[in-house]
Design a protein around this ligand. Structure first.
Ligand code: GLC
Ligand code: CA
Length: 575
């Protein structure tokens, strides 16, 4: 086994903050940077080493700040560049690092670069974005250059009246894709989006949609899999394009190599481990690690994400095993995560959010996550076991462009067919991106202590905040919050095993329990997790040695019995 090199970004635990929903310091109903700074000791107290801040740049907010109109400015309601400098200082003085979100596949259509680009066909920045002439059907109807479907429904092409061409947008119409083929564009991205912040002391980036920059020049039609509709899923054609690896190498040589900066790339639609390894092998400097999406894509629909189909525990286990083991005997590195700002809450998706079991099952998931190899990422609120929005909330309570656009497109396409629309609603209740964006639940005062604004937060606060909140859990030694603190301590105490160890799965077909082992040198741990609401027996894997209970999520259990209570989890050391 190759000895993994130890660096701060491997052993560090990352905490993701969504600025709109973390903490509102000035009572306008929206979270902000000073609000984050005021919670910095809380974040430190969890055992966090690295804070990842989702986009706080200037933006018209069609996609919650992933549509950036100026990389070098902060969205005024969130604060100022000076506030970010305070945040960097607040992190660094406590021994923590800060990474930002790097969103450079596209900008906002309000970015100065795009305004110039769209102003005329001869503007020097015309080629900074992806422009194409129309196609025409036999009857003369104007058609987009191809049939690609945008992530937010409809075509990836928007018609520009002024210059009579289409521009490409893989996401919202207001998010035109940058043209990475143009070296001048790439240089401008490096300077404005990266070096501007690295020079201020930022410690790296989570790199948004990292595999979509290179699209090739042909842009062919996608095969038809969703019949009866023109636009087709096309990620296979625009992800991992021909120059992708070259661009990332260049980004390293030109920018990142000058700083001790980490990168974690968002790598959707890349199921092949050999391909993922090309991005994260440390010998070929591209990215330090990536988020591979199999775990959070479990059960999503084949024709569209919000046509949820469900999944089996054996599938969850197999995707975890796949992305735990793919780096073994290589120089690559992996990540462990089950939540972020684009996902439903893990307790609701993978465990039980019933009042009876939500705390226990949240702790069980914490045990699982803390025992996984790779850099661990936790999303705000996960540490207190926040859950999905109540099922009673109508679509009007949802704000996210992705859910709303799809809901409306199905309603329109089917003439509001209750069955079709009902299925979409059910899917949104599980997978909707808004669940993670509900305001952080700090205490049981009005609006969960997130805001002092009388009318409440920008997005409705979860109805259950009086029972799930930080203040209540701070005082309760057996809370989810204090369990996470304990589990993170154990992860670091046994870092060889849990952060760097080799992963082994037992009984892959078992649909009730998840039993896996971790091994490092002569040391072993065995993790046993009950993923059901009833008692389950389990088999101790025959690994040789004595099983000693290290930690479990139930009090008064000595670990000698091979039976797990509903949603019980244990970690044994085997010596
Ligand atoms: C990434 C972000 C998501 C955003 C999209 C477009 O997937 O995580 O929130 O909508 O990129 O930038
Ligand atoms: Ca505010």
């Amino acid at each position: 086994m190759t000895i993994p090199s130890r660096t701060w970004w491997k052993d560090g635990v990352v905490y993701q903050i969504y600025p709109a929903s973390y903490n509102d310091s000035n009572g306008d109903g929206l979270g902000d940077i000073p609000g984050i700074v005021s919670k910095i000791d809380y974040i430190k107290s969890l055992g966090i080493d690295i804070v990842w801040l989702s986009p706080m740049y200037d933006s018209p907010q069609y996609d919650m700040g992933y549509d950036i109109s100026n990389y070098e400015a902060v969205y005024a309601p969130y604060g100022t560049v000076a506030d970010i400098e305070h945040l960097i200082e607040a992190c660094h003085s406590r021994g923590m690092r800060l990474i930002l979100d790097l969103v450079v596949n596209h900008t906002s259509d309000e970015h100065a670069w795009f305004k110039e680009s769209r102003s005329s066909k001869t503007n020097p920045k015309r080629d900074w974005y992806i422009w194409r002439p129309a196609k025409y059907a036999a009857d003369g109807t104007r058609m987009p250059p191809n049939n690609w479907r945008s992530f937010f429904s409809g075509s990836t092409w928007a018609w520009d009246e002024e210059t009579q061409e289409y521009y490409l947008h893989l996401f919202a119409t207001q998010q035109p894709d940058l043209n990475w083929e143009n070296p001048e564009t790439r240089r401008a991205i490096y300077d404005s989006a990266m070096e501007f912040w690295l020079k201020k002391g930022v410690d790296g980036f989570r790199v948004d949609t990292v595999n979509m920059y290179s699209k090739g020049n042909d842009l062919p039609d996608a095969p038809i899999i969703d019949r009866g509709i023109f636009e087709q899923p096309a990620s296979g054609l625009f992800c991992n394009g021909p120059r992708m690896h070259e661009f990332l190498r260049e980004m390293n040589t030109e920018v990142l190599s000058k700083y001790d900066a980490m990168t974690v790339g968002e790598l959707p639609h890349t199921p092949d481990p050999a391909h993922v390894l090309r991005y994260v092998g440390s010998g070929d400097k591209q990215l330090d690690m990536v988020f591979q999406f199999d775990i959070v894509d479990l059960g999503i629909g084949k024709t569209h994400k919000y046509e949820y189909e469900g999944y089996k525990l054996s599938e969850l286990k197999s995707v975890i095993a796949k992305w735990q083991t793919f780096i073994e005997d290589t120089d690559g590195w992996t990540t462990a995560f089950c939540e972020n700002h684009d996902q439903g809450r893990s307790v609701s998706r993978f465990a039980s959010d019933s009042p009876q079991y939500r705390e226990r099952s949240a702790k069980m998931l914490a045990l699982m996550m803390c025992a996984l190899t790779g850099t661990l990422f936790i999303y705000q609120g996960q540490e207190i076991g926040m859950i999905n929005a109540p099922k009673s909330w109508p679509i009007e309570e949802y704000k996210d462009i992705e859910s709303i656009n799809y809901y409306n497109s199905v309603a329109e396409r089917t003439g509001n067919d209750p069955k079709a629309v009902g299925h979409v609603m059910k899917s949104i209740q599980i997978l909707g991106r808004d669940h993670a964006r509900l305001p952080m639940q700090w205490d049981d005062s009005p609006h969960a202590g997130f805001t002092t604004k009388k009318e409440g937060a920008w997005m409705r606060v979860h109805d259950d905040y009086p029972s799930i909140n930080v203040a209540k859990q701070e005082h309760d030694p057996s809370s989810v919050l204090n369990f996470w603190r304990k589990a993170l301590k154990i992860r670091k105490e046994y870092r060889d095993l849990f952060i760097h160890g080799a992963f082994e799965m037992y009984e892959p077909e078992n649909e009730e329990t998840f039993v896996f082992g971790k091994r490092y040198g002569g040391h072993r741990a065995v993790v046993v997790l009950n993923f059901t609401g009833s008692e389950q027996g389990f088999h101790r894997p025959e690994v040789g040695g004595k099983f000693e209970l290290l930690v479990g999520n139930l009090e008064g259990v000595d670990g000698t019995e091979d039976v797990l209570k509903p949603w019980e989890g244990r970690i044994y050391l085997v010596n």
